[in-house]
Design a protein around this ligand. Structure first.
Ligand code: PLP
Length: 463
């Protein structure tokens, strides 16, 4: 009967896992990006019951190649242009390993002082690196917290907005506003929070929220007896990376006393570079902001950051103190108990990988990555514009380029299908209204000019 992996065994197997990962990193570029499997293919390779007797580690590792790899979509390929990137990096993988080994539960300061204090400090660093309001630092009224996903952060702040307004209106009469291009997590958050209305506001030609339409909807809803409580601005929508007019929305939020949340899930990383910051003016007047280092910042999923301008309403909403969690640390010093900053109680040491990534690459490494990708996207967009067969579908402020085939939706869809059918690249087809378009997200860590050139050759051949 096997009950332990001894330290000696761990060392031996650990080295073999590192060798396996290193080989994957070396070989992923040459692999087909998309797997050829049908639903059930992978599951059917597993027995119907858990093993009664333990197996050797060699058997587990062998099944990585036999069972897992045929069903893996290679998000870490430099030929990955689909969705948004979800990048890993060597240093982040190693930090995950250490975090797993330490097995910290950082729900209270006292259950893992290092988890809490490193997280506080690293999120303060990011405030400076991204030129966010100083009041969002832990030394100010606000503060940052790492969550699993942008969806979690958005759901959390919508619950806070509802809680703050609980004496003014019933949740079913509350209204949250987003553009009709906003991520589905906002609508889901309204459902989770029991908020009665999630209203989609029209957008302009660049797919950005129209503030005049927002204002008139708010006025209409107030006249109807509803209670507007929050508005969400997107800096980089999912479909086209459209940027909502944050400043105009901040004016309206202030006028009608709405919680103003900013969703910069993908594009937030670009704010390490000064030249992109004009996209997010007036942040000193927003209530919360979220972005995903697990998209473009080389930090393994999961790592999302939420900042609030004022931590009091968040803690007021989320704090419940059962006897088992009471402790004396708050009497001794000023401590943050992160369990009061989100829905889950337990929390792992995610800050370690963010800390290591920021230290290993430095701000200039991350800036260089963003700038290289955006330059590649700009030149890809120029190529699209110069070819009579294609048209740009939307502005491309960051690393995403959206285009259509001039022969219409069917030709666009056929091209998207043909590109993915090669399995040499992954791209995402999408639709707004009735128009089909192709999204090319240039942002995988190892994507370079040679990969974009190969993509262009494929597009040229298949059009
Ligand atoms: N918001 C935007 C604008 C997104 O693009 C995404 C995902 O791509 C999300 C939210 C959801 O992110 P997560 O998967 O971290 O919940």
């Amino acid at each position: 009967m096997q009950r332990h992996m001894t330290p000696e065994e761990f060392r031996e197997h650990g080295y073999s896992v590192i060798d396996w990962i290193t080989r994957y990193m070396e070989e992923v570029e040459g692999m087909d990006v998309l797997p050829v499997v049908s639903p059930g293919d992978i599951g059917n390779m597993l027995p119907d019951t858990a093993p009664e007797s333990g197996e050797t580690f060699g058997q587990l590792l062998g099944d990585l190649d036999r069972i897992v790899m045929p069903g893996v979509t290679h998000w870490q390929s430099p030929n990955w242009f689909a969705y948004f990137p979800a990048n890993v990096s060597g240093v982040s993988i190693l930090a995950e390993l250490v975090s797993a080994a330490l097995g910290q539960q950082g729900m209270l300061w006292s259950t893992s002082p290092a988890t809490t204090e490193i997280e506080l400090k690293v999120l303060d660093w990011l405030v400076d690196l991204m030129d966010l309001p100083q009041g969002w630092k832990s030394s100010g009224a606000g503060g940052g917290v790492i969550q699993m996903s942008a969806s979690d952060s958005t759901h959390t702040v919508l619950v806070v907005a509802r809680h703050q307004n609980r004496f003014r209106a019933s949740a079913t009469d509350m209204v949250v506003y987003v553009s009709d291009q906003a991520h589905s997590s906002i609508e889901k958050g309204c459902t989770i929070a029991g908020i009665g209305h999630c209203v989609k506001v029209d957008v302009d030609d660049a797919f950005a929220l129209d503030p005049a339409a927002l204002r008139s909807l708010i006025q209409q809803h107030i006249a109807e007896g509803l209670t507007p409580i929050a508005v969400v601005s997107a800096i980089g929508t999912t479909a086209t990376t459209a940027v909502d007019p944050v400043e105009a929305i901040a004016d309206i939020a202030q006028e009608f006393d709405l919680w103003h949340h900013v969703d910069a899930a993908y594009a937030g990383t670009a704010m390490v570079c000064e030249e992109f910051r004009f996209h997010q003016p007036a942040l000193e007047r927003v209530d919360s902001y979220t972005f995903n280092p697990h998209k473009w910042m080389m930090v393994n999923f999961d790592c999302n950051v939420l900042w609030v301008a004022d931590r009091a309403p968040l803690i007021d909403t989320m704090s419940i103190l059962p006897a088992i969690l009471s402790n004396t640390a708050p009497d001794v010093g000023d401590v943050v108990d992160y369990r009061d900053w989100h829905v889950p109680l337990g929390r792992r040491f995610r800050a370690l990988k963010l800390w290591w990534v920021l230290r290993y690459f430095g701000a200039e490494g991350i800036r260089g990555l963003v700038r290289d990708h955006v330059a590649l996207a700009d030149s890809f967009a120029e190529w699209i514009e110069s070819d009579d067969r294609f048209e740009l579908f939307a502005p491309h402020p960051f690393g995403l380029v959206c285009f259509t085939h001039v022969d219409g939706d069917e030709a666009t869809r056929a091209l998207a299908d043909a590109l993915n059918a090669t399995r040499q690249v992954a791209i995402t087809p999408s639709v707004i209204g009735t128009t089909s378009f192709i999204r090319i997200a240039i942002g995988q860590t190892n994507t370079e000019e040679v990969h974009v050139e190969a993509l262009k050759t494929l597009i040229d051949k298949l059009s």
